[in-house]
Design a protein around this ligand. Structure first.
Ligand code: FES
Ligand code: FES
Length: 213
């Protein structure tokens, strides 16, 4: 007859006691979490640090040279603020996770994915959207070149492409093919119009750059 297994010592952690302990720890964290953050909020308020949100918060954004006042939760992305609060729907929200570039805008002259930035972090900075690059009545040389070179199909990537190419031409008025490719490397065109976009940027460079005239 095989020997009977030894019973576990009193101090041993059994699977049952481990799970019981773990669930108590999770419950304790769940209970302590909000209380801790309330206490932290109270401490910040005592130190004179303003607590914003979670409800609508007033903010002023400078968009295309015009000051816009909005009221939105601090969790609002810049893309949502531009589209839903200000009504500038040229900025496209496609992937909403910083991977396609359709929502590209310029902040202080540098391109950013506006879906991946909070509107509140753009307060006090100069925001430029595709609407600020040129208008239907007064398009930029780049926008005209996009039309002339047929540099779009569905058009979803186009506003972001125009902003990225405008930024590129401002930094480098006569880019090479490689530099254009690097300039739009954060923008995906699912229709595959890259060749025509390269030609549009080269044509715009010959005609005077990306800005409205
Ligand atoms: S929508 Fe912002 S990167 Fe795609
Ligand atoms: S034109 Fe359709 S995604 Fe670029």
């Amino acid at each position: 007859m095989p020997p009977k297994p030894e019973p576990p010592p009193e101090s041993a952690v059994t699977r049952r006691s481990f799970l019981k302990g773990a669930s108590l720890t999770v419950a304790a964290v769940g209970v302590a979490g909000p209380g801790a953050s309330v206490a932290r909020g109270a401490r910040l308020e005592e130190d004179g640090v303003p607590i914003l949100g979670p409800g609508p918060t007033a903010m002023k954004l400078e968009v295309n040279g015009v000051e816009r006042s909005i009221s939105a939760p601090p969790s609002t992305t810049l893309a949502d603020a531009l589209r839903d609060e200000i009504g500038l729907t040229g900025t496209k929200r496609v992937c909403d996770r910083g991977s396609c570039g359709a929502c590209t805008v310029m902040i202080d002259g540098r391109t950013v994915d506006s879906c991946s930035m909070l509107a509140i972090d753009a307060v006090g900075r100069k925001i430029q959207t595709v609407e600020g690059c040129g208008t239907p009545e007064k398009p930029s040389a780049l926008q005209e070149a996009f039309v002339e070179c047929d540099a779009l199909q569905c058009g979803f990537c186009t506003p972001g492409m125009v902003v990225s190419c405008t930024a590129l031409l401002e930094q480098n008025p006569h880019p090479t093919r490689e530099q254009i490719a690097a300039g739009i490397s954060g923008n995906i065109c699912r229709c595959g119009t890259y060749q025509n976009i390269f030609e549009a940027v080269e044509l715009a460079a010959k005609k005077g750059g990306g800005r409205g005239r």
